[in-house]
Design a protein. Structure first.
Lengths: 442, 305
């Protein structure tokens, strides 16, 4: 027994176990399921731009924006919602902060948009001294002209709930401030008795009561003319928190589940057929090394899929395409090596030496050409919206893994096979390819 | 093989294709998808009887959404492209069609589109730049080798330059074909298309490097053997030695891509077609354009001295 045979044995066992992990972990209960992109399972994606122009600590603000949005997303009861923040355009010198919300399996983009995009901004503002005059001269005066800010906003809210007026039975919204907000509220009501304190929601006045007395218990009521449904909605929006950063809708995407399922099936089928044809070609052209290349290709597929699961990489239609493309590229290293080996065989070297030389000499081209592919994958990843990122990731991982499997795996197997006596059969199995250009090149 | 000797024929062939592509790009212009210009794309599926295209168009025109296009897709579906629609407009659109199943409805704002277009262009340029820098670096030692009877050398940036020409060649031709297809078959330039272009760039260089690497090796071997050989001969020999590999590699890629084209999902069909074109053009260019160009660049310098 030589070491190549031992290593081959270890590799086969390792890849079999890994293959078992890839297949088995895929069930619903598996700890590492494949993460499928929206375009394969269907669902809704919403992209927002966050207006961070007036924010000092942008990463902090974005993080808390993400938290608020996640809280809101959880209302939908979607199985695996994904909320991401992204800073795009760093290199273009015009950075924008984005918020990406993915709701797999959730089809009602409109409702999602409404519920997520709604930014309830609750403010308490005092009417200016000359508010009456301003209104007289300009009936269309904006809120800023009539009311002045008090600093009391929805930020200090602890809880909102629907209550009903004890005499009229009309729904009202009860608010409870935190300690700081309660003190602020007490101060405002103490210092501005008999003035109008307007309650403004999303830029429109919902009620403008006159302050009667100091309110020191940190509680307030909004008595607009609500219907019970409106009151409940307002309470829900207030409770789920106002957004720390204003957001505006940039793009949205809805994919039906059937379309996604079809895309997934087609992608998998394309992969299997492509792989089968590829193996056939390699075996017919390169004989025994072709068989080894196919085995290396299987280990390549297993290893890549396992990595996709572990990172995890979100697989999209484009990602699947990238993976299938990388299968084709993975073979290239083997083609280079085998062609090189063939040349060495022609020079009269024995199989073992020819293989050694073939691998050694092909390495430089494999390295240099793969580096250029990795450069491309990096730039693609940077360019990326989710579809392109998926492609870049699978392509990049594919190239790296293929360098390992095409060289290590097929080398070990081939060297293990070639140990020992050189029989005519072995010679036949290795004298691969029909050298159609022989007469012209020599 | 007399590829280097007959290089002018191959150059002319490529030049004609490039001129045709440029012609197609400048006359027809890009048929940009919503990724790049903003808008809404809606795909609806009619379970029972699909209404005629005319009736769908008539219903939509009543909404006054401005210009729009309706394209049948598969047996049951229509793909409708409009300007960027608001929530209500999007819902209205589906309602007037009799509430078919919405397969997808994507909206991209115009600003995002312009931003992305800018970014995509930069990405392509950046990729080309990085790759050329990398080649110049990887082949830095090659200029030490004396290449010909006259004792001249070929500096490494010439390898980079030949690669750029091949890269532009490999991008322009598929783009030209796609612009043509866009004009007559409604194929759209979207973000996936740009990814495809970048993948082609990667592949094309990959392929070119293999040949150049062989030139590099042969030059070194000549050096070691104190053998002096015309650069033309060295390049010709290198092409011949890597020929089978180049063809086989592109064949393996074409096998998987063809599977992707015929069996893969609709979303990646155009993408697979683009890559198929790119692989063919890329393989052609590394054998018939990039490597013979090395000889041409070498001769330029020789002539000017």
């Amino acid at each position: 027994m030589n070491k190549h045979i031992w290593i081959s044995f270890v590799l086969i066992v390792a890849f079999s176990l890994l293959g078992f992990f890839v297949v088995r972990g895929d069930g619903m209960g598996g700890r590492f399921p494949f993460r499928l992109g929206l375009d394969l399972v269907g669902g809704t994606e919403l992209i927002y731009r966050a207006d961070t122009t007036n924010v000092e600590n942008i990463p902090d603000a974005m993080e808390s924006l993400k938290e608020v949005i996640e809280r809101r997303v959880n209302i939908f009861g979607v199985s695996e919602p994904l909320v991401q923040i992204e800073r795009a355009g760093l290199l273009t010198g015009n950075p924008t902060d984005r918020l990406i919300v993915e709701l797999p399996g959730y089809k009602d983009a409109e409702e999602a948009k409404m519920a997520l995009g709604k930014t309830p901004v609750l403010e308490f503002r005092l009417a200016r001294e000359n508010a009456q005059e301003i209104l007289k001269t300009n009936p269309n005066a904006v809120i800023d002209e009539i009311f002045e800010s008090t600093g009391l906003t929805g930020r200090y809210l602890v809880k909102a709930r629907v209550e009903f007026d004890s005499t009229t039975g009309a729904p009202i919204v009860g608010l409870e401030f935190d300690k700081e907000g309660g003190e602020l509220f007490a101060k405002i009501t103490r210092e501005h008795k008999s003035k109008v304190l307007a309650i403004i929601l999303d830029g429109s006045v919902i009620s403008a009561p006159v302050i009667v007395d100091e309110i020191s218990d940190g509680k307030a009521q909004i008595t607009g003319s609500f219907t019970p449904v409106e009151a409940r909605e307002l309470v829900r929006n207030l409770n789920y928190g106002a957004l720390p950063v204003p957001i505006s809708h940039l793009a949205s995407k809805t994919i039906g589940a059937t379309l996604g399922e079809q895309a997934l099936q087609d992608g998998v089928r394309a992969g299997i057929i492509g792989f089968a044809l590829l193996s056939l070609f390699m075996v017919l052209w390169y004989r025994l090394p072709g068989v080894v290349a196919s085995v290396a290709l299987i280990s390549y597929a297993i290893l890549s899929l396992a990595i996709f699961k572990l990172i995890p990489v979100t697989l999209t239609a484009a990602g699947l395409a990238g993976f299938i493309l990388s299968v084709g590229m993975a073979v290239d290293a083997n083609v280079l090596i085998f062609e090189r080996t063939k040349e060495e065989l022609k020079r009269g070297k024995n199989i073992y030496d020819a293989l050694h030389e073939g691998f050694a000499r092909a390495w430089l081209s494999i390295r240099d050409s793969n580096i250029s592919s990795i450069i491309t994958a990096f730039i693609l990843f940077w360019l990326g919206t989710s579809a392109v990122k998926g492609f870049a990731l699978t392509l990049g991982i594919g190239v790296l893994v293929s360098m390992f499997t095409a060289i290590t795996v097929s080398r070990t197997f081939l060297l293990a096979i070639t140990m020992g006596e050189v029989t005519p059969l072995k010679k036949f199995l290795f004298s691969n390819g029909i050298d159609i250009f022989k007469s012209k090149t020599e | 093989m007399k590829i280097v000797q007959y290089r002018k024929i191959f150059f002319s062939f490529s030049a004609i294709l490039i001129v045709l592509s440029l012609f197609s790009i400048f006359t027809y212009g890009f048929n940009l998808g919503i990724d790049f210009k903003g808008g809404t794309i809606t795909e609806v599926s009619f379970d029972t009887l699909r209404p005629t295209k005319e009736s769908v168009e008539e219903e939509i025109s009543l909404l006054n959404l401005g210009g729009f296009s309706v394209r049948p897709s598969g047996e049951k579906n229509y793909i409708i492209r409009t300007r960027e629609l608001s929530l209500e407009e999007g819902q209205n659109l589906v309602r007037v069609l009799g509430n078919p199943v919405v397969e997808r409805q994507n909206t991209v704002g115009p600003i995002a589109g312009v931003e992305l277009r800018d970014k995509a262009f930069k990405a392509v340029m950046l990729t080309i730049l990085m790759i050329v820098l990398f080649i110049t670096f990887a082949f830095r030692k090659v200029s030490k080798s004396v290449v010909a009877k006259d004792g001249k050398r070929v500096s490494s940036w010439k390898y980079g330059l030949a690669t750029i020409v091949a890269l532009l060649h490999d991008i322009l031709i598929p783009v030209g074909v796609f612009v043509f297809l866009g004009r007559f078959y409604g194929l759209e330039i979207d973000l996936l298309f740009v990814s495809g272009l970048l993948a082609i760039l990667g592949y094309s260089v990959h392929d070119t490097i293999v040949v150049f690497d062989r030139v590099r090796e042969n030059l070194r071997l000549n050096d070691e053997a104190k053998k002096v050989e015309e650069f033309e001969t060295t390049v010709g020999k290198s092409i011949a030695q890597t020929f089978v590999r180049s063809i086989n590699t592109s064949l393996t890629l074409l096998i998987t891509l063809t599977a992707l084209y015929f069996v893969g999902s609709g979303a990646t069909k155009d993408f697979a077609l683009l890559l198929i074109l790119g692989v063919i053009v890329g393989t052609y260019s590394s054998i018939f354009v990039a490597s013979p160009l090395l000889v041409t660049f070498y001769k330029f310098r020789k002539a000017s001295k």
